[in-house]
Design a protein around this ligand. Structure first.
Ligand SMILES: Cc1cc2nc3c(=O)[nH]c(=O)nc-3n(C[C@H](O)[C@H](O)[C@H](O)COP(=O)(O)OP(=O)(O)OC[C@H]3O[C@@H](n4cnc5c(N)ncnc54)[C@H](O)[C@@H]3O)c2cc1C
Length: 221
């Protein structure tokens, strides 16, 4: 049997159990629950990324691996994605809020030209933009999470929340580094880590381009 390689699996290097979803027919998907402690499962390498470095992200190989087969519908399989998109939106909101909090704190402490950064209008504008982004992203996340909890269809809202929150996180962390000036580019301030982590939120669980496609398709029906 041909070996199958899967890459970019978050915490795949730590997992005891994995769920692999594969096409098993023309329009049929199946979920396979597999133990990683078996000869057919092999971690090929750890993938080192610029952000989310605490995750043990790996490429792994399956060769005649054994697993429990569970037929599932396309909707059940993709349902995992929609929940995951809300999860990424939550991650993005957390990053955006922390970056904004750090930027506000720093702007109150740092003085240049006999004024605090916090008293400079262009710095205030960046902080205002961040605060608006954080609030809007949080509201979209709450809406999606509430719909999910009520068992409603979250295809559209999960993409909206994920798209907006991830782009907001990137804007917020970028502004936070700007407010920290040169210090923001060193490894001594947390804002650089948040900036690196924010990028993943625009890529993982489907890149922004895919989210826009989903939103447009759902809206044009
Ligand atoms: C740290 C990390 C952890 C991850 N963890 C997991 C995991 O646990 N499980 C998992 O399954 N995956 C995981 N991924 C994979 C992730 O979901 C994919 O990287 C992501 O969906 C983008 O797919 P791709 O990398 O194949 O990019 P590609 O599909 O090659 O796309 C590259 C770029 O092309 C553009 N593009 C692609 N398709 C389109 C389109 N249809 N229309 C317009 N533009 C397009 C976009 O700009 C996109 O960013 C992880 C990735 C990273 C970086």
């Amino acid at each position: 049997m041909q070996a199958l390689q899967l890459e970019f699996i978050t915490n795949g290097g730590k997992a005891d159990l994995i769920i692999t979803i594969a096409r098993t027919g023309e329009s049929e998907l199946s979920a396979f629950l597999m133990e990683t402690d078996q000869p057919g499962f092999e971690v090929v390498e750890r993938i080192h990324t610029i952000g989310v470095r605490a995750s043990n992200t790996v490429r792994f190989k399956l060769t005649n691996a054994r697993g429990w087969h569970t037929p599932c519908t396309f909707e059940q399989a993709t349902g995992l994605l929609y929940r995951g998109r809300l999860g990424i939106a939550g991650m993005a909101v957390g990053i955006a809020e922390k970056a904004t909090e750090l930027a506000i704190d720093y702007s109150k402490q740092r003085e240049q030209f006999n004024r605090r950064l916090a008293d400079m209008q262009s710095v205030q504008n960046m902080i205002a933009d961040n605060v608006v982004d954080c609030e809007a992203a949080l509201l979209l996340l709450h809406k999606g999470a509430a719909m999910f909890d009520r068992g409603e269809n979250v295809v559209r809202i999960s993409s909206i929340a994920k798209l907006f929150a991830s782009e907001a996180a990137n804007r917020c962390t970028n502004n936070a580094i700007q407010i920290h000036g040169g210090r923001g580019m060193t490894f001594e301030f947390l804002v650089e880590k948040l900036w690196r982590d924010a990028k993943l939120t625009e890529i993982g669980e489907g890149c922004s381009e895919i989210q826009r496609m989903v939103i447009a398709k759902q809206s044009l029906r």
